[in-house]
Design a protein around this ligand. Structure first.
Ligand code: CTP
Ligand code: MG
Length: 231
């Protein structure tokens, strides 16, 4: 029997964007006529894949209430936390009573505005029958070196190393419990790592290379280029 597939999106957007060195958090910088976060949320909302999108926003954030999209009926605002994982957990808690324990949650960085509907649907289609779930990831085209100081100590087999992107797709209850049980653990830099620490084996599916994270100043021009290529 076909179970009804319910997916929710969670967007951590409470970072300060230190590496961007801008006058405001990077999610509010202009990109192709909108702010970065407006692109990200429009793409999630426009995919038609989600019941609601829960966004974690810093409590001191003066920019968010100014955006029309903060009042979108399918957008829920939750308070951000100290680390990314705290923000994600807070957004998950804002879905308590709405999301079922076995519903899927796709966690996606606000700072990744080039996400395509194609990648969202690819991920959901390939992971919806999993017991655990997993993440979009990118293979490396370059040869990879293990380095000590500036000395190469080994060449790493490329087929075993992948770059973790978002969305990261997990069951609502399992992800909430994993983030609660690993709270404060500095090794938890993404959702998958929280599940890995508890012994689960998340999967990867290869995503598109244009799903970049805006991190440093040059990334805005690159994101604009990718957006032009996508239309
Ligand atoms: N994030 C969050 N809460 C935090 C820290 C980060 O919600 N306490 C979010 C960011 O807003 C971003 C995503 O997590 O959308 C990925 O984090 P990152 O790229 O590291 O963003 P920042 O932490 O803002 O940037 P930086 O590390 O350069 O300060
Ligand atoms: Mg950060």
């Amino acid at each position: 029997m076909n179970q009804i597939l319910k997916c929710w999106a969670v967007v951590p957007a409470a970072g300060v964007g230190k590496r961007m060195q801008a006058d405001r958090p990077k999610q509010y910088l202009p990109l192709a006529g909108k702010t970065v976060i407006e692109h990200t949320l429009s793409r999630l909302l426009g995919s038609g894949a989600f019941v609601k999108v829960a966004v974690a926003i810093s409590v001191e954030d003066p920019y968010w209430p100014e955006l029309d999209i903060s009042k979108h009926p399918d957008v829920i605002t939750a308070p951000g936390g100290k680390e990314r994982a705290d923000s994600v957990l807070s957004a998950l808690k804002s879905l308590q009573g709405l999301a079922g324990e076995d519903d899927w949650v796709l966690v996606h960085d606000a700072a990744r505005p080039c996400l395509t509907a194609a990648d969202i649907h690819l991920q959901i289609d390939s992971m919806k029958d999993d017991a655990v779930g997993g993440i979009l990831a990118l293979s490396s085209h370059d040869t990879l070196k293990h380095v000590d100081g500036d000395t190469i100590t080994a060449t790493i087999d490329r087929k075993h190393v992948w770059r973790a992107l978002t969305p990261q797709m997990f069951k609502y209850g399992m992800l909430r419990d994993a983030l609660q049980q690993t709270e404060g653990n500095p090794a938890v830099t993404d959702e998958a790592s929280a599940l890995e620490i508890l012994g689960f084996k998340p999967r990867i599916v290869e995503g598109r290379p244009d799903n970049i994270k805006i991190t440093r100043p040059d990334d805005l021009a690159l994101a604009q280029f990718y957006m032009e290529q996508q239309t």
